[in-house]
Design a protein around this ligand. Structure first.
Ligand code: PMP
Length: 386
């Protein structure tokens, strides 16, 4: 099977599995216990924290481990709104996010809107690039939080984090970045990024599912989402030590292999994209935008993505239609709609996402499969006589 769905999730690395098993077998005690086994688990946690922080470019004390990016996003949004409202006597309560955020975050925003929180969406252009003029107009002094993803999970298009950080700072708002898709695919460095709150998830980085973190810049006051005394009163619940140990192993591995991974994914993505673009019916999304090095999102004419993906899977290649989280339905992609696509075309988006393990031979097999099972479905395009 050729697995080209690394933006949905990645296979845990062997080093990750080993470290998780060790944590389960040896470090199983409660890190809050004062006895020696508990203190052993506590040391394991401290060591993991240092390694994750080293990879993300933050301090260990800025990390709050969570059950993943979805929880981190909720903690950032709900916490920032609550803190800003309290500090401003209710004056600062607006939430500004991009129109192409992860469905979980957009669902939270809709829920909050229903409860009376003013919410604005920053539009994107036809390439999926954030409209910075619109952002400038929306980010005013009544904004509690600006929340924009680092890179879009469907198209791979990068968001202008430095510019947003400057806008948010000037307006006195916090900036939250859902950096889930940047992990292992870009040189992410929290300390120099201007970001106040940053969500990450281990399973996009060959780590385990169900663990991630919210990085909270030193000095930022953020109420807890889950009350309790763990994580310095910022996230209650007995720590997921095996998950956190696996996350640390994944970070350490990615730190070692990042340069090589970026170079290989970039070259293979180009090969895949060039091969697919040989079909005149193929339209690549965000081709003129700065994108992640591993992602190609495109449509084959107006062929429905379900049909394309079924045929590809039968030919041994798995990919995804837009966000995996909405793959069950044939809903048009909200990301492609925001880029100005018709409902028909927004159901035709197919995403190929490469990973550390993707080999050149697999790219060739994917291209061969497309030629074999998709090529015959593509209606001929009238070429203009020159
Ligand atoms: N944000 C983005 C941009 C994502 O791609 C994902 C994973 N689909 C999430 C959040 C959710 O992450 P998790 O599975 O860790 O909750």
């Amino acid at each position: 099977l050729v697995y080209l769905d690394h933006n949905a999730t990645t296979r845990p690395a062997p080093e990750v599995v080993t470290e998780m098993v060790d944590a389960l077998e040896l470090g199983w005690a409660n890190p809050s216990s004062t006895h020696e086994p508990g203190q052993g688990a506590r040391r394991l946690l401290a060591d993991a924290r240092t390694r994750v922080a080293a990879f993300l470019g933050c301090q260990g004390t800025e990390l709050v481990f969570t059950s993943g990016a979805t929880e981190a996003n909720h903690m950032a949004v709900l916490g920032a709104l609550e803190a800003a409202r309290a500090a401003s006597g209710g004056q600062r309560r607006r939430l500004v996010l991009s129109a192409v955020e992860h469905p979980g975050l957009l669902a939270l925003a809709r829920r909050l809107q229903g409860e009376g929180v003013p919410v604005d969406l920053i539009p994107v252009d036809t390439q999926g690039r954030l409209d910075l003029d619109a952002a400038r107009a929306l980010i005013r002094d009544d904004v509690a939080l600006v929340s924009v993803m680092g890179a879009n999970n469907e198209t791979g298009v990068l968001m202008p984090v430095a510019e947003l950080a400057a806008l948010a700072r000037a307006a006195g708002s916090l900036l939250h970045v859902d950096a889930t898709q940047l992990l292992g695919k870009s040189r992410l460095h929290f300390a120099s990024s201007g970001i106040d709150l940053m969500s990450v998830s281990a399973h996009k980085l060959h780590g385990p599912k169900g663990v991630g973190a919210l990085v909270v810049r030193k000095g930022v006051v953020l109420p807890a989402l889950l009350s309790g005394r763990q994580e310095r009163n910022r996230r209650g619940g007995t720590e997921n030590t095996p998950g956190i140990a696996g996350f640390a192993a994944a970070c350490e591995l990615a730190r070692r292999t990042l340069d090589e991974d970026l170079a290989r994914m970039t070259a293979l993505r180009e090969r895949l994209e060039d091969g697919l673009r040989a079909w005149p019916q193929v339209q690549v999304y965000g081709r003129q935008a700065a994108r992640l090095p591993n992602t190609v999102c495109l449509r084959f004419g107006a062929l429905d993505s379900d049909q394309v993906l079924n045929r590809l899977e039968n030919a041994g290649v798995v990919a995804s239609s837009g966000a995996a989280c909405t793959a069950a339905g044939t809903q048009p992609s909200h990301v492609l709609l925001a880029m100005g696509e018709s409902a028909l075309h927004a159901k035709a988006g197919v995403r190929f996402s490469l990973g550390r393990e993707t080999a050149a031979a697999e790219i060739q097999r994917a291209l061969d499969a497309v030629a074999r099972v998709i090529g015959p479905l593509l209606a001929p395009i009238e070429t203009t006589a020159m």
